[in-house]
Design a protein around this ligand. Structure first.
Ligand code: GLN
Length: 451
């Protein structure tokens, strides 16, 4: 049924870069056969899923939305892909994304933009716009995203779906193409809080192949999603997440959610996190710095594209020609920003200062979580903007992640879930919930209450 739905609508939506029709049918049949033989089935047996094209899939293309990896077929599965297979999930295919997960609109994909199913002339968020659009257009009931600065939560917010960035280190990064290793985190996307929890439980947990993976039990997220009792919980509202640039209808729906939480028995506490104002600036130094180092591996020798290798050129020239042709403008901008910020003479002023701000943001959260159990805010300052509106204005594009970035810098857990439609444009608004590291279950408890 989902393959038929993809055939019917994806020409318009363009959520998928690759649909694995045969593979999906074979997986579904294998689940049926297992069931017939009376074998034990995985926890998500037979449930179709759309996988962001940033996770390696053995025998299936993995492009990361970039020309530089076009035609590359990974020889191995990411740990997350492996876990999906163990859960008996049916992987429908790979979803569109901003190149190397750099962007907030999916317009930076080398393979063309994705439309927002609510209004195809608008962006579905980014970088994981393919996954969120696949959910919102009922092409898949589950999807996977990655969140470096908001790429799971912001697409969820603007498409009226649920997206969770688990605690940093909760979901293995092995086989997840690196953008900014200290921020990147894979996580579940779904249409309901409980669906997200079921997927969360299937993909999270320690992985010895990822040195930053947390070796602790996964918080009881499914139990929390089934519970939804917020009586006596303390919920923080950060005053820095409001003001200029926030759409009126977004604030209205957010304030209604806070009222709802109060009615359900939560205690609302106003907080100030003064360093959050500098989060965006710090992020756009740290993320490009790490990207400039991570993307050095795309040298025309190891993977995918190779340009100008006609026997007359040096390896260095082939690398330069390949990178010039293979990377898009946003990726080049980030590599240049990052190499500049890391260069001797500027390192302390840029990268060093950004790391100090990162520590201050972490301390703001630590102080907040001494007073409250979770923090709530709008996920993103505005609803989905029109495709093209911010494409030539990187600063305006970067503002989409104003509320999501602090959690990546601090490494804690955060969720976005729908909280109604903005009255002025009828488009979905996202509520963000943030919990301390390894308290991911609180997201699901509060999410289930307001859903
Ligand atoms: N929009 C942010 C960026 O462009 C975040 C991307 C992400 O989370 N992968 O870097």
């Amino acid at each position: 049924a989902h393959l038929a739905r993809i055939e019917a609508v994806d020409e318009k939506v363009h959520a998928f870069l690759h649909v694995d029709r045969e593979g999906a049918l074979a997986q579904a049949r294998a689940v049926d056969e297992k069931r017939e033989r009376g074998e034990e089935l995985g926890p998500l047996a037979g449930v179709p899923l759309a996988l962001k094209d940033i996770f390696t899939t053995k025998g299936m293309p993995t492009t990361v939305g970039s020309k530089i990896l076009e035609g590359w077929i990974p020889p191995y599965d990411a740990t997350l892909t492996q876990r999906l297979r163990e859960a008996d999930v049916v992987v429908l295919g790979k979803t569109n994304m901003d190149e190397f997960a750099m962007g907030s609109s999916t317009e930076n994909s080398a393979f063309g933009p994705t439309g927002n199913p609510w209004d195809l002339t608008r962006i579905p968020g980014g970088s994981g716009g393919g996954s969120s659009a696949a959910l919102a257009s009922f092409q898949a009931p589950l999807a996977i995203g990655t969140d470096t600065g908001g790429s799971i939560r912001q697409p969820a917010a603007v498409t009226g779906t649920v997206g969770v960035k688990p605690t940093y280190g909760a979901v293995s990064r092995y086989g997840m193409v690196a953008f900014s290793s200290s921020l990147d985190q894979g996580g579940p996307c779904a249409r309901t809080v409980l669906d997200a929890a079921l997927l969360h439980e299937a993909i999270a947990g320690h992985d010895p192949l990822d040195s930053t993976s947390i070796d602790q039990p996964v918080p009881a997220v499914v139990e929390a999603a089934r519970n939804g009792d917020v009586r006596g919980m303390r919920v923080g509202v950060v005053k820095e997440f409001a003001g200029e640039g926030y759409q009126a209808g977004v604030m209205q729906r957010f304030n209604e959610s806070v009222e709802l939480l109060r009615e359900l028995g939560a205690e609302i506490v106003e907080l100030s996190c003064p360093s959050f104002d500098k989060a965006l600036a710090a992020y756009y130094l740290i993320a490009p710095s790490e990207c400039s180092s991570n993307l050095a591996r795309f040298d025309a020798m190891r993977y995918g594209l190779r340009v100008g290798d006609d026997g007359t050129r040096s390896a260095e020239d082939v690398t330069a020609l390949t990178r010039a042709e293979g990377f898009g403008p946003e990726v080049k901008r980030r590599i240049m920003l990052g190499t500049y910020a890391l260069s001797s003479g500027y390192y302390d002023a840029y990268y060093g200062s950004a790391q100090k701000v990162r520590t201050l943001i972490k301390r703001d959260f630590d102080k907040a979580f001494e007073q409250v159990d979770v923090v709530v805010s709008p996920t993103t300052p505005t609803t989905a903007f029109p495709i093209g509106e911010r494409a030539d204005d990187p600063m305006a594009m970067y503002l989409a992640d104003l509320c999501t970035i602090p959690s990546n810098l601090a490494g804690n857990a955060a969720m976005s879930l729908p909280c109604g439609l903005a009255p002025e444009d009828g488009l979905p608004v996202g509520l963000q919930i943030v919990a301390p590291a390894m308290a991911d279950d609180r997201l699901y408890r509060v999410g289930a209450a307001v859903e």
